[in-house]
Design a protein around this ligand. Structure first.
Ligand SMILES: [Zn+2]
Length: 305
């Protein structure tokens, strides 16, 4: 599964707190639309590859024609929240409201239902376990926000690496986790983004090769701004700057290489989700919420005493 998180460049997590002029914001918005159109052309030229675009709800309001163009090209439109606020920064009530607004805005411009969600910066984690119930109750069919890695800003390092049922109090929702490579006892993130720009392409290929034959679906992710090497740089601190811009000149060629290598094998996340719903009992179950009894047992276990 190929996915694109559609957001203006100045919405990235590293830019939170930066002051970006209104003119620069407009420029990033225009460049986002242009880069997304180029991606649509690239996917069409590669044999009408279908992908999933997780779009920030506010973009449905500011760029309705862009969102319609994506949907009209046969791609799936999912929600990437309404305001691109990390789940950690929202109360449960504000998260529900933000999610609802994004789904409404996206559905309104495309006239098609939204089935999937990707949280900004993969911010569905143990710290935001309450979000699972909000997702279940929203009526969405699947979520793709869990990155089974250890990272300073996100990640659930012990989550299953392949599709699973994310369980909450309110029931369960299908989770399509981001692709990882199991290497020397650790999960290495190889799904896209900065990893796609930084790591040699062989690592992503190795992650795809590790997929089990009976569940050979891997979720990849990219952002339109990563395919716009000439965009003005944000005034980021050194490490952030490096993380953000490393390899942006190589991405278009790398994506083309990927599209050629796996020609005929790309599917939209919703199509995979529908197929997995039919094999519901085969999928593992996983809870983000830590069972209080398990914590007490681990703290007061006889071995620790
Ligand atoms: Zn994002």
């Amino acid at each position: 599964m190929l996915s694109f998180d559609v957001e203006e460049h100045d919405r990235i997590e590293a830019a939170v707190g930066l002051s970006v002029s209104a003119g620069r914001r407009r420029e990033y918005a225009d460049r986002m639309a242009a880069a997304t159109h180029r991606l649509l052309d690239q996917l069409a030229a590669a044999g009408n590859v279908s992908a999933t675009f997780y779009v920030v709800g506010q973009i449905a309001e500011t760029h309705p024609r862009l969102v319609r163009a994506i949907a009209d090209a046969g791609h799936e439109i999912g929600s990437h929240s309404h305001s691109h606020t990390r789940v950690h920064r929202l109360t449960p009530r504000a998260f529900r409201e933000d999610l609802r607004r994004s789904v409404d805005a996206l559905q309104q411009v495309t006239g098609r239902p939204v089935f999937g969600f990707r949280a900004p910066t993969f911010s569905v984690t143990r710290a935001t376990d309450w979000a699972v119930d909000a997702l279940i109750e929203s009526g969405l069919r699947y979520d793709s926000s869990v990155f089974p890695v250890r990272h300073d800003r996100y990640g659930v390092s012990d989550a299953p690496r392949h599709p699973f049922w994310l369980e909450g109090e309110a029931g369960r929702i299908l989770e399509l986790p981001l692709l990882t490579l199991r290497l020397m006892g650790r999960n290495v993130p190889v799904a896209g983004g900065g990893y796609f720009r930084l790591f040699p392409p062989a690592l992503m290929r190795a992650g795809l090769r590790q997929l089990p034959a009976d569940a050979a679906v891997g979720m990849l992710y990219f952002h339109p701004w990563e395919f716009d090497p000439d965009q003005p740089r944000l005034p980021l601190a050194r490490v952030s700057r490096w993380r953000t811009y490393v390899g942006v000149g190589k991405t278009t060629d790398r994506l083309n290489e990927l599209l050629t290598r796996y020609r005929g094998r790309f599917r939209r996340a919703i199509d995979v989700a529908e197929e997995l719903e039919d094999q519901a009992d085969r999928l593992p179950r996983f809870r983000l919420a830590v069972d209080p009894a398990a914590v007490i047992n681990s703290v007061y276990s006889p071995s620790a005493a």
